[in-house]
Design a protein around this ligand. Structure first.
Ligand code: ADP
Ligand code: MG
Ligand code: ZN
Length: 489
């Protein structure tokens, strides 16, 4: 960023809650069905149809709120947000306004600087104020056929109308695009972690908007902001914010006005452009939804939700470092996804070797999984089987080098380590007596070298080790070979 300037950024995220049915009716939320097939009088907005709140929405919203450090309000109110759009047949969206489901959150995230190549360095904790998380229904979808200005049709698909959303709004606490990037990834991961949302941006069930302004370092007031939309990935969002910061600084420096407006990110042109001006606050004429009761949640409900929460990634990451002695990077990588963290923990417990478990999973296993586009939850090698392999190495049954080949074989055949080791006769020879015999054999076949060694040519040790490994077809345990060899020489 240009010297003397700083950015001010606030984020709004819409996350689709992972229910099977819509927020105020029993229609399916499934994706990709025949247009307008998942609809009924309620989500079509037919006169006289009455909404009924889906209880599952409240369960998932509570989990999301707790995962984001928000307070769940005892009473929240649904309101009508009035506006016209073809994908909104009622002429209003049921949302929450002055009494949201949850508010006043404080969330700790980790954020890092990025070097030229975009690599993260120096991860640091940062506190973000979460203003509120409220509940609302999604609108339908307008589908436009053909190119703009050609004489084609537009369609309205209301399958998405009435899908439950949680809108999460932050304070303007971010100062860089990468902080906003790390925040969105954090939210995405915890929502998936607690099962509140699939939070998949590609499927559109997590959408984000960035509010951006700039000011001179030391200024206390905020300047006009723009709201960035059409951010289809976290990376595009980061780029859009970066572009917008530069654009606004240049405008201010040239004495041009930066107006309140909504801008769209164009990722072909790598720039933002105006969508609509926001000079005046939108007037949605909010009023309480007369067809729904205020939503009241009891203290017992909140308590129960808290008890049902899984350990969150931040806590798990700290525990992996304390309990298992992992370093920051390994622990951070292992909690990237709940599936992976659970896979790791099982392997570590069964193998009783947490460090080796982390290494095997993060290097050998993840490489195979990534190559095949798989995740730990559908890994052909189970935690139990990987743990057995690690135990074989620790007990000297096979070498680490052999184990790499065994793992690949386990991965492609789904056989256990035990089966592969015995089938291929890989078992390492660690028996001192058996190795002693090999040593003696090699020594009597190479009496010249033995004399030279004894005469002071200690370099020949490597020669003997090589001969013995060869005689054992690579199965002798090198550590034992060395010991026995030194002894006999
Ligand atoms: P709007 O009414 O335009 O939606 P809100 O006050 O609801 O604005 O804020 C929306 C988001 O914009 C919040 O995340 C908030 O933190 C952020 N925000 C508000 N003012 C600014 C500003 N001047 N610069 C950057 N972000 C801002
Ligand atoms: Mg807004
Ligand atoms: Zn419906």
């Amino acid at each position: 960023m240009k010297e003397g300037w700083e950015a001010v950024i606030g984020m709004e995220i819409h996350a689709q809650l992972a229910t099977e049915t819509k927020i105020f009716c029993g229609c399916a939320t499934s994706f990709g069905d025949e247009p307008n097939s998942n609809t009924c009088p309620v989500c079509l907005g037919l006169p006289g149809a009455l909404p009924v709140l889906n209880e599952r929405v409240v369960d998932l919203a509570a989990k999301a709120a707790l995962a984001l450090g928000l307070n769940i309000n005892e009473t929240s109110i649904f309101s009508r947000k009035n506006y016209f759009y073809p994908d909104l047949p009622k002429g209003y969206q049921i949302s929450q306004y002055d009494k949201p489901f949850s508010s006043d959150g404080k969330l700790k995230i980790l954020t890092a600087e990025r070097d030229e190549g975009g690599h993260a360095r120096n991860w640091q904790p940062m506190n973000i104020g979460i203003t509120r998380m409220h509940l609302e229904e999604d609108a339908g979808k307008n589908v436009h056929e053909g190119l703009p200005d050609t004489d084609k049709y537009s369609y309205v698909d209301l399958n998405r109308a009435g899908t439950p959303l949680a809108e999460i709004v932050t304070e303007p606490d971010f100062r860089t695009s990468w902080q906003a990037y790390d925040y969105v990834n954090h939210v995405r991961r915890v929502l998936q972690w607690v099962g509140a949302s699939e939070a998949d941006m590609e499927k559109g069930n997590l959408r984000c908007e960035a509010n951006v302004s700039v000011r001179k370092v030391g200024e206390t007031e905020f300047r006009n902001k723009s709201e960035l939309k059409n951010l289809n990935s976290v990376r595009f969002m980061q780029k859009a914010i970066e572009f917008e910061i530069d654009r606004q600084i240049k405008a201010h420096e040239n004495g041009e006005e930066v107006s309140q407006e909504t801008r769209l990110w164009d990722d072909n042109k790598n720039e933002t452009r105006v969508m609509r001006s926001k000079e005046n606050a939108d007037d949605y004429r909010y009023f309480p939804e007369p067809d729904l009761q205020p939503l009241r949640v009891s203290a017992e409900f909140v308590e129960r939700s808290k008890n049902e929460m899984p350990e969150l990634p931040a806590a798990m990451m700290e525990r992996f470092q304390d309990e298992y002695g992992l370093n920051f990077n390994d622990a951070a990588q292992l909690v990237a996804e709940k599936n992976l963290a659970d896979f790791y923990e099982k392997t570590a417990r069964i193998s009783e070797n947490p460090k080796a478990s982390a290494n095997w999973i993060l290097t050998e296993l993840m490489r195979e999984l990534n190559n095949a586009g798989k995740t730990p939850s559908n890994s052909p090698v189970s935690p139990e089987n990987l743990a057995e392999l690690i135990k074989f190495i620790d007990s000297g049954k096979i070498s680490g080098k052999q184990a790499k080949d065994v793992l690949i074989e386990m991965y492609s055949t789904k056989k256990t380590a035990e089966d592969i080791v015995s089938e291929q006769g890989l078992e390492q020879i660690s028996d001192v007596e058996a190795i002693g015999k090999l040593v003696e054999e090699v020594m009597s076949n190479n009496s010249g070298q033995v004399e030279a060694y004894r005469g002071g040519n200690k370099k020949l040790l490597g020669f003997f080790v090589g001969q013995i490994m060869k005689a054992s077809q690579g199965k002798a345990n090198p550590k034992v070979v060395n010991e026995v060899l030194r002894d006999k020489l």
